[in-house]
Design a protein around this ligand. Structure first.
Ligand code: NAG
Ligand code: NAG
Ligand code: NAG
Length: 271
């Protein structure tokens, strides 16, 4: 009898351990507002809910240790080859990238589409600063460049529209979002930039080119469009994947279907 109790205790204990390792929330946290997609005010509700999530990300989501820091956010490397026109023909590599500003995200609109549970999210970043080691080969605004140094970018009032694809899956009796793809567009009100060592130490040419970039910031923003979108996409995809493997989708959309309800039952595999 005592032995049976011991076994039961062990089994319970092991189950607890496994649950802890699974690493996902089982109770709705107080920092998320649950919304019903069937309700008329869903978009307004969801907008507030996602804002609360971003606010919480700043202090860190309890239990989610894989996101070490959101603001500043660190990326090891970004590599981009873009364009083949006269204005843009560029190979850029950024390393040791530090991005400041995602902690002040203002969510303007958060839509979720019932058809496939993809999202369209619009938000503003009053300020986004990027600092990195760069190497650059090609042309920006017709200027031939071949340099390595440090870059500083400071984007003002960015408005970002994010299109996210998801695939629903089941875990522990909940429905989860698998964030599979993310694409952003942006516009901004200003871009300050500084590239050190643009011409291997020719300070005069470096200064005049940096001044030229700042005077023509809209053209520079266009030239760096892919670099900037790629940076934002890399950050958000990484962060959102981690969040939504950790927090059930049910805690955001209480009436979300199960994957079976949305996609239909999986057909038995042919032998
Ligand atoms: C939008 O949601 C907020 C917070 O839930 C609420 O205070 C506000 O009244 C809502 N606005 C509209 C127009 O429904
Ligand atoms: C999520 O999607 C990726 C493909 O984008 C797939 O490799 C992965 O297994 C999926 N994860 C889950 C938990 O469904
Ligand atoms: C950014 O937006 C704020 C608030 O709308 C505005 O006061 C400021 O002038 C804008 N900055 C630029 C560079 O337009």
């Amino acid at each position: 009898m005592a032995r049976l109790e011991l076994i039961v205790l062990l089994v319970t204990f092991t189950t607890c351990l496994v649950r802890a390792e699974d690493g996902f929330l089982k109770e709705p946290p107080d920092y998320i507002k649950e919304c019903r997609i069937a309700d008329k005010d869903f978009v307004n509700c969801s907008t507030h809910s996602i804002q609360q999530l971003f606010d919480k990300l700043n202090d860190g989501i309890p239990g989610l240790t894989s996101i070490r820091s959101f603001d500043p956010f660190y990326l090891n490397r970004i590599r981009i080859t873009q364009g083949n026109s006269n204005a843009i023909n560029l190979k850029v590599e950024l390393a040791n990238v530090k991005i400041i500003g995602f902690g002040h995200t203002n969510v303007l609109d958060s839509q979720v589409f019932k058809k496939d549970y993809s999202w369209k999210t619009t938000f503003t970043l009053p300020e986004m600063k990027l600092q990195a080691d760069y190497s650059l080969f090609g042309r920006i605004l017709l200027i031939p460049l071949n340099g390595k140094g440090q870059v500083f970018l400071d984007a003002e009032n960015m408005t970002v529209t994010m299109h996210t694809k998801t695939r629903l899956y089941s875990k522990g009796g909940f429905t989860f979002y698998n964030v599979t793809n993310l694409h952003v567009d942006f516009k901004m009100d200003g871009l300050k930039s500084y590239f050190s060592n643009l011409f291997n130490g020719n300070k005069q040419l470096e200064d005049s080119t940096n001044k030229f970039f700042n005077d023509n910031w809209r053209m520079l923003a266009d030239a760096l469009y892919t670099v900037i979108t790629q940076t934002i996409e890399d950050i958000l995809l990484d962060v959102l994947k981690k969040i939504f493997h950790f927090i059930p989708a049910n805690f955001f959309v209480s009436d979300i279907p199960t994957p079976e309800q949305l996609y239909g039952r999986a057909k038995p595999k042919p032998k």
